[in-house]
Design a binder for this molecule. Structure first.
Ligand code: PFF
Length: 457
């Protein structure tokens, strides 16, 4: 396998694997998407559902991907061909498509991050945080920053300098946690903190009852998105792994980091938005940007903290973007035998074009309208579909081998192994199918209302 050989060397230590997996998991999903989803889906009710999905679906699903990856030591198309045979290889093709779609808008949002990073040096965003976001989110500049971010990602994947990224991730994770803890402490001193915490933290059953039809698919989509599940990234990463690793323990560490960073983001964003008199749901996709720009304008040393924060944020996005592109590129290399840099460049070009509408079009309020169109499709529909198919395959066709694989590095699983397979077989699949159904109906409603309005239909 053309790609495998380079990376396989690098997972010599458990640390390397965990870092890469954390690098993929922690990204825009935690810092941008999570607070935006919480805001849109009614606060604490969403948070509760999200925790539920992380533990009851995310953990078993991650184990599914890890066992398949390590057992087959192949990238997703090959792995699925070996595990399921026949038509299952088309699921691998679905993964490639998902990676393509996600990266196309992921890179636009990451372009915003780059733009804020640049703006940190001059304080460009500090005067009118809300306006600034709307100004830069769409338009020619947004296209350029999208192109710049994607070019960096393609460069890294083409030349295979993952080592540099590993180093960056090693520095990034502690640094980002330190900065965020500092910001969370700052946020805790704001006058409106009580109101914000109660919005974010005290579960509101009524909201859940009223809005579960949108909260359930949003939380499931967020769980898959944030943990990089449903499109084979974790299959690929585990394919480079030795048999002595305890996959359950590693999953626990990765999930703890990822969930911790998202949770912390909420502790920062909501007090700041409430203190600024902005409703939690108002800035939508701009929530994190508007909140932080406002905070950095207020606090001492805001310029430096801004530079550090947005710098880290860009690296976090980059290490996830690399994993997205890697799935597409490595599969194309394996299937068609194209060389790596040609594949990365050509695919990068295609992804760029697909992202251009996201960077260009705004609605009447100047909000970026296409982000939702791509993002809901990707997270709530495509990733969840990928997840369901993988669960069916492993739960019903490959259970014995998967259990056997999980046992390696752990030893006797006791009843837990059976519990895992049983969870995958029925409850996880059923919950995901319900969630997918709700997502599709919700998406249809979005297309025929908000989006149709935008199109002037
Ligand atoms: N998990 C990444 C994030 O939270 O930003 C995004 C992502 C990466 C999603 C890889 C899916 C994926 F396969």
């Amino acid at each position: 396998m053309a790609t495998g050989d380079i990376v396989r060397e690098q997972w010599a230590t458990r640390f390397g694997f965990i870092l890469a997996a954390v690098g993929s998991a922690v990204g825009l999903g935690n810092i941008w998407r999570f607070p935006f989803q919480v805001g849109q889906e009614g606060g604490s009710a969403f948070l509760l559902m999200y925790f539920f999905f992380i533990l009851l679906i995310g953990l078993p699903a991650m184990l599914v991907e890890f066992t398949v990856g390590r057992r087959t030591a192949l990238s997703p198309i090959g792995a699925l061909r070996e595990v399921g045979g026949g038509a299952w290889k088309y699921v691998g093709a679905l993964f490639v498509l998902i990676g393509f779609v996600i990266l196309s808008y992921y890179s636009v949002v990451a372009g915003w991050v780059l733009r804020y990073f640049v703006g940190s040096f001059t304080g460009a965003y500090m005067d009118e945080p809300g306006e600034y976001f709307l100004d830069i989110a769409t338009g020619l500049d947004a296209v350029l920053f999208h192109a710049a971010f994607l070019a960096i990602t393609v460069g890294i994947v083409a030349f295979g300098i993952q080592r540099g990224i590993e180093l960056a991730v090693k520095l990034m994770v502690p640094a980002i946690i330190a900065i965020m803890l500092g910001l969370a402490i700052y946020a805790a001193t704001l006058a409106e903190v009580g109101e914000a915490y109660s919005y974010y933290l005290s579960p509101d059953v009524e909201v859940l009852q009223d809005d579960w039809r949108s909260i359930v698919p949003a939380a499931a989509g967020q769980a898959f998105f944030t943990l990089s599940l449903g499109m084979g990234v974790m299959i690929t990463y585990a394919s480079y792994l030795g048999e002595d690793r305890n996959l359950a323990e590693d999953s626990g560490v990765i999930i703890a980091f990822d969930t911790g960073i998202a949770f912390l983001t909420g502790l920062i964003v909501f007090p700041i938005l409430f203190a600024a008199g902005i409703g939690a749901a108002d800035p939508g996709a701009g929530a994190i940007f508007v909140a932080l720009a406002g905070a950095f304008a207020e606090i001492q040393g805001g310029t430096i903290i801004g530079i550090l924060f947005f710098g880290m944020f860009a690296v976090a996005a980059l290490s996830s973007a690399i994993s997205l592109l890697e799935v597409v590129v490595s599969n194309v290399i394996d299937e068609y035998g194209i060389d790596r840099s040609t594949a990365a460049t050509a695919i990068g070009g295609g992804i760029f074009l697909l992202g251009v509408p996201v960077a260009l079009f705004a609605d009447a309020n100047n909000e970026p309208i296409m982000v939702d169109l791509y993002d809901i499709l990707a997270a709530e529909i495509l990733l969840v579909t990928g997840g369901i198919l993988l669960m069916i395959l492993v739960g019903w066709i490959y259970a014995e081998q998967a259990l056997d694989e999980l046992r390696k590095g752990i030893g006797d699983l006791g009843a837990l192994g059976e519990v895992w397979i049983w969870m995958v077989r029925v409850p996880v699949i059923v919950v995901l199918i319900v969630s997918l159904y709700l997502a599709v109906t919700g998406y249809w409603a979005f297309l025929t209302t908000d989006f149709a309005d935008f199109l002037g239909m």
